[in-house]
Design a protein around this ligand. Structure first.
Ligand code: FE
Ligand code: FE
Length: 163
């Protein structure tokens, strides 16, 4: 392990560790988000997202094993901050609609993951780790799909309800 990355390989390793811990941090945070969601579709979405995130973590474990890397033990400060900000908006005094609209803003987490997976997949491809790149792209596609679904929820009814 290194203190600060010096090579592109170090950066790639850091990126994978960041993804690994980000998904773990999300697995801890998603049950509360599902619990707070009032709309059935939103609640189901968070529950599905939890299962998907568990699969994504497993995918990263597979990648770690393939590359001989232990990905555990890092902390993603960005994800920690995003989750903390999300929790700040879960006000006890919010109406159901406002709570759901605030929860939909968890979309910013998807955007962070999309950018992180995109970078990692790019590194993997550059290093010739074709299968690893493919696994990372699989998760990237899932994150993009979740983002699209949240867009749909936001546009279709939640924002209308909240105004
Ligand atoms: Fe994820
Ligand atoms: Fe991070």
């Amino acid at each position: 392990m290194f203190d600060k990355p010096e090579t592109i390989d170090d950066l790639f390793e850091m990126q994978l560790k960041d993804l690994y811990i980000s998904e773990s941090q999300l697995i801890d945070a998603l049950p509360l988000m599902a619990e707070k969601a009032k709309d059935g579709r939103l609640r189901a979405g968070f529950t599905r997202s939890l299962h998907e995130t568990e699969m994504q973590l497993q995918r990263l474990e597979t990648i770690g094993e393939a590359l001989g890397l232990d990905l555990d033990g890092y902390i993603c400060k960005a994800m920690k901050g995003l989750i903390a900000e999300g929790q700040e908006t879960m006000s006890e005094r919010a109406t159901e609609e406002v709570m759901d609209t605030a929860l939909i803003a968890a979309q910013r987490i998807e955007h962070y993951e999309i950018s992180d997976y995109g970078t990692a997949a790019h590194y993997a491809k550059r290093f010739g780790y074709t299968e690893v790149a493919e696994l990372l792209r699989q998760t990237l596609n899932e994150e993009q799909l979740t983002d699209t679904k949240l867009n749909g929820l936001a546009k279709n009814y939640l924002n209308q309800k909240a105004v």
